[in-house]
Design a protein around this ligand. Sequence first.
Ligand SMILES: *Cc1c(COP(=O)(O)O)cnc(C)c1O
Length: 350
Amino acid sequence: MKMNPQFQLHRLVRPNILALKPYSCARDEFKGTARAMLDANENARITPYNRYPDPLNLDLKERICRVYGFDDPHRVFLGVGSDECIDMVYRVFCRPGMDNVVAMDPSYGMYGVCADINDIEYRAVSLRADFSLDPEAILAACDDRTKAIFLCSPNNPTGNCIPEDVIEEICDRFPGIVVIDQAYGDFCGATLDIVNRQPNVIVMRTFSKAWGHAGIRLGMAFASREIVDLFNKVKYPYNISMLTRHEAESVLDRADTVARIAREIVEARDAMAVELAKLPIVKKIYPSDANFLLIEVTDANAIYRHLSMEDGIVVRNRNTVHLCNGCLRVTIGTDEENDLLINTLKAYGK
Ligand SMILES: *Cc1c(COP(=O)(O)O)cnc(C)c1O
């Protein structure tokens, strides 16, 4: 592993979190098979969900490691969606009213919302007009109270990946935490390798997109053992429910099918881009590494309104988002949904 010479984890962590003694339950202390479980005031007479779930879910983490080719389940954190993983960065590292984070703009809205909730200054640094990331601009926005940089690759809503060498340069030079949100990484073969090279990196993934399980609320953060231990100490003790774990295990058993479907979605995306390019109302289609297309249209507000009110087709209006003027973000759906969108747009304005 490389060593960013200025990176010192214990100096980044909020002092109250460093000193925190986490909640402990009797089951943490007991090893072995219990003959009677009379410690947690559960109802022993109603099954099968009467027991508290496993606080760490190492079995599930092991299966996640196998699928992602990651070596150590102790270096995986599980959150209630990536959203909890994002919030955890603030709660562990950022002192309210004092610290700041730096993020690319435009990007995923939750980084800013979590900053506001935690009373942390959010420094949005514009991407270039072509949606590429300028590492000098990101680093120039940092000061000695910048605890984390949020990078999103492939980025939402622009759809593009950040080149590996640009990310690596930021990790080499920034002495704080670098979050790499790879929510869409399963659509473009992104790897977790950087976590094994850079001690200050947290890579996030989710079951909400390619895995098709937004409803179970399960997100993953891959990082050093030290960072994962801090996250585990701060999270709610039983954040991942038994139902979520069961459904995650069941979809992990179908990983091959899920990967095949992700490839089909990518093919449908590229076919959709070809069809959209033929329409006079479409001015530009941005290249995408994800399961959506960002398209610039002649009149985003009118088309958005028409699609939702007249046709019951919901897309994301990104017209007011920085650098996305005139743009709609369209998720790749079923073949039927995609055909419906194309045919509706063909008829639009006729
Ligand atoms: C959809 C999305 C997520 C997923 O969040 P969950 O809480 O796991 O559903 C995370 N990051 C980005 C950039 C996203 O677009």
